[in-house]
Write a protein that binds this ligand. Structure first.
Ligand code: DGL
Length: 272
C-alpha cells in the first residue's frame, strides 16, 4: 500500500511549484504529476467545469492506483469537499494563505493574488469569513498572468505590467503582507519581489501543503519505505513536447519524459 504513488494535479505548470516541495520533503515517494493543459486556464471557468475536470482526474488517478491526491491548484481546491465525499482516498488541497496573512499583518491590510475562480468560490468566502475578521483584504485576479507563465514568459513586459497593476494599489493602500493564492505565481516571485521590495513578506502556501501531505501520509501509515528511491511521472492533456520543455525550464531538469493523456467526455486515459 505504502509503495503506491501519489497523484498531483493542476491545470498546467503551476502545481510544479508544489511538486518541487513534495520532492524535497518526501524523496522516497513516487509522484505522478498531471497537467490538464487541454483545459488551462481553470481560473476563468465555471465551478461546474472545475468540478467535472477534478472528478475526471481523480478517477484517472484511482485507475493508476494512487494512495493520496494532492490538488496542487487553488482553483480546483474549491471542489475538495465534493471530491472527499466521492472518492475513498485522502486528498490534500491548496488554501490561499488567508489565515497566516491575517496573523502576520501589522497594518491589518493584506493583499491576495489568486484567480477569479478562487475568489468566487465558497471555500474562499468561508476562509475570509473565518480568519480575516477585522482585516482589510485586497484582491486581484491578475488576469492573463497564468497564460504568460504557461507560455514560459516569467519576467516579460506583460508579466511586469500585470503584477504592477495588481500590486501598486495594494501597496499604496498600506498592505504589508502578500499571498500567492495561485500555484502558478511562485514562478514569477522575482518580479513580485522587485515590485514590493523586501519589507513586505510574500506568502507561498506550497511548503505548508508539502508538510501537510507528509502528516497525512504518516497518520495513515502510507509513507513510502525510507530506503525507496522516489520518482516523478509527468503527464499532460496538452502537448507532450512543450510540457517537457516547461518542466525542464521550471524544475531545472536536463531532460523530462512526458506522457499524454486524453479526455473522452469526462473520462481521462493515458494515450497509447
Ligand atoms: N494554478 C491554479 C491555481 O492555483 C490555476 C490557474 C489557472 O489555470 O487559472 O489556481
Amino acid at each position: 500500500m505504502a509503495q503506491k504513488p501519489i497523484g498531483v494535479f493542476d491545470s498546467g505548470v503551476g502545481g510544479l511549484s508544489v511538486l518541487r516541495h513534495l520532492q524535497a520533503l518526501l524523496p522516497a515517494e513516487q509522484l505522478i504529476y498531471l497537467a490538464d493543459q487541454g483545459h488551462v486556464p481553470y481560473g476563468s471557468r465555471s465551478a461546474a467545469e472545475i468540478i467535472q475536470f477534478s472528478q475526471g482526474i481523480s478517477q484517472f488517478f484511482l485507475q493508476l492506483n494512487v494512495k493520496l491526491i494532492v490538488v496542487a491548484c487553488n482553483t480546483a481546491s474549491a471542489a475538495l469537499s465534493l471530491l472527499r465525499q466521492q472518492f475513498a482516498l485522502p486528498f490534500v488541497g491548496m488554501e490561499p494563505a488567508v489565515k497566516p496573512a491575517a496573523e502576520q499583518t501589522q497594518s491589518g491590510k493584506v493583499g491576495i493574488l489568486a484567480t477569479s475562480g478562487t475568489f468566487a468560490s465558497k471555500r474562499y468566502a468561508r476562509l475570509t469569513a473565518q480568519y480575516a475578521q477585522g482585516i482589510s483584504v485586497w484582491e486581484d485576479p491578475c488576469v492573463g498572468l497564468v497564460s504568460e507563465i504557461e507560455a514560459g514568459r516569467l519576467d516579460g513586459p506583460e508579466v511586469c505590467y500585470i503584477l504592477q497593476q495588481a500590486l501598486a494599489p495594494m501597496l499604496a493602500a498600506g498592505v504589508d503582507t502578500i499571498v500567492l493564492g495561485c500555484t502558478h505565481y511562485p514562478f514569477v516571485l522575482p518580479v513580485v519581489k522587485e515590485i514590493v521590495g523586501t519589507a513586505v513578506p510574500i506568502i507561498d502556501p506550497a511548503p505548508a501543503i508539502a508538510r501537510q501531505t507528509s502528516v497525512v501520509l504518516r497518520q495513515r501509515n502510507l509513507l513510502a519505505d525510507a530506503a525507496s528511491v522516489g520518482s516523478v511521472r509527468f503527464i499532460t492533456t496538452g502537448k507532450a513536447a512543450s510540457f517537457a520543455q516547461q518542466v525542464e525550464q521550471l524544475l531545472g531538469l536536463a531532460e523530462a519524459e512526458v506522457e499524454t493523456a486524453v479526455w473522452d467526455g469526462d473520462q481521462l486515459s493515458v494515450a497509447q
